[in-house]
Design a protein around this ligand. Sequence first.
Ligand code: ADP
Length: 665
Amino acid sequence: MHVSDLPVSAAVREHYRASGIEELYPPQAAAVDAGITDGENVVAAIPTASGKTLIAELAMLTADGPALYAVPLRALAREKYESFAALPGVSVGISTGDFDSPAEELGGEDIVVATAEKVDSAIRNGASWIEDLACVVVDEVHLLGQERRGPTLEVTLATLQRRAPGVQIVALSATVDNPADIASWLDAALVESTWRPVSLRTGVYDGKDVSFDDGSTLDVDVGDVGSNADRDTEATAELVADAIDSGGQCLAFVRSRSEAESLAVRLSEEDFGIDESAATDLAARIREVDGTSTGRRLAAAAESGVAFHHAGLVSEHRALVERGFRERELGVLCATPTLAAGVNVPARRVVVRDLERYTGEEMSNLPVLEVHQMCGRAGRPHLDPYGEAVLIGEPHTAEELWDRYVDAGPEAVESQLTAREALRTHVLSVVASGFADSTASVLDLLDATFFAHQSPDVDLSGVVDSVTEELGEMELLAVDGEATGDSGDPSATSLAATDLGETVSRQYIRPETGARLIAGIRTIRTMPEEHVTPLTALGVVCATPDMRGTYLGNRERADIYRYASRHAAEFTTAPDEADDFEAWLCAVKLARLVFEWGEGATIEDLVDRFRVGPGDVESHVERTVWLLGAGDALATTLGSDVGVFDRVRETLGESMSDEVERRPR
Ligand code: ADP
């Protein structure tokens, strides 16, 4: 199928031709055959780089009204926004933050790019533009199976289909075991393909050489090494050098942030023959962003054409590294697995050094889907003749790796909606947004989810009953009537959100976060005024489950405890009242970090003293500001005069705007 056959404007056709697109790739042609340009629902489960963006654009450009493109990550939103904004004659909006607004300003755009969380929160805040949507594209729909994001995604999709009846749904997925399940849930045609524009071979290193699935082998000589771990790293270094020697670039995946940094340091000892002036220029741009110890290490590695990429970097550093890699100013990127699920940075060779990860309790194997996504990054369309992925094993593990990751297919996507926390959030949200007013109508809504589609025989009424009871105890829901039990009548139980419940839902915080904030506000009311300080408000918000955790090193534990004791009168919870002492200490650490940030401490200082990444400071402050806003809204709902949340939020907001000046150069 040729671009000139597409039912889009001449200007758009010309735009495609100018970007090198003449013939449609086979999966794209299959999507058109499946009715993507005729308003049909389509699920496309196809590999990375097989042209999903064009499929999405064709659906959105031919839809009979505005379109929404939902992404899982903010970094992806920006990338897609730029790509859609380049389409001639199309207006594009983007929204990723501000969880407490309906984002009505997006109403006038042809295409809106938003994170799934933003869409969910806009729905909860009564966004009217949702009803006008003619087309919704969901990127990375296989994340339905992810514990944290999946439930939001499926409830949002089920709600969207109700709010905008007849809306065209296009879902883009990695290759998974059960795409037909997703397609039948969405009443969509399935386009499934393993076609790739650049061929990919995958191999396993067994301590001596790499055997590829096309039968070829590659000798990797690492000489004498001390340990297995050293051999893995040295084999990675050899494979990286070999890829760069043959004119390609390399992505090396490792298990943790510190491993990514130390591998980058090891690799920067090599001479990869990188263009020195480009590397020096990139290093200078990295230094310009900030001079924290992480920033300095990143710049030093970049001088040798090497970089690391993980969630502890500030977003500007991540963006510079991604762009630097795409523009070939870098030869190798040492990354944690999150990069594979994120932005588009393909390379000729992918080396997966670590196939296990520490889960908090033990080391466990990476999921097949995740490893396939990393491998799928191999081979740059238009640049590389082929792509290669190598999994690093040892003599005794190579066969197992081969069985698990090369021979076997990826896992099936399975709904995570029945996780209690997820159900609590979504039951409150559907009641507070006015979509349900009884246990029966909640069950009816849940019936449209992916969970119900996958497990039609599971009766959710028991768990919904206990969740509504919990929400009642949290004062977020008014439950009237009998609990239904297994045999009761669910329509007999009426549900209504309390004012507090509505605020919690609109502020887009979890019910447990709401309950903790409410308890904190009540305690603050009883405290002598002189004890209520910024640290009091920060202590409350940092102890909520919406504040992502941090770790405590052994050495800092005592120091944080002393700090907490010194400021005991300002905190709403005493150490002996905490359910979980370790979590309580972590909350104190976060509160102290954000407090000192608000007082003007430099990122460099905070990074060194609290042993966090510069990117962590950025995200902790951002989350705190959001939760302080929620705390203030709840204080208002409670009719209290607790103004400390708002005061601290204002100070932090001001600090954020002068953040750039405060970063050390
Ligand atoms: P995916 O989202 O599936 O990973 P993209 O949509 O980003 O992949 O496409 C990968 C690359 O292939 C892009 O550079 C894109 O411009 C190019 N591309 C897409 N479709 C075609 C086509 N039909 N012909 C030539 N190049 C294409």
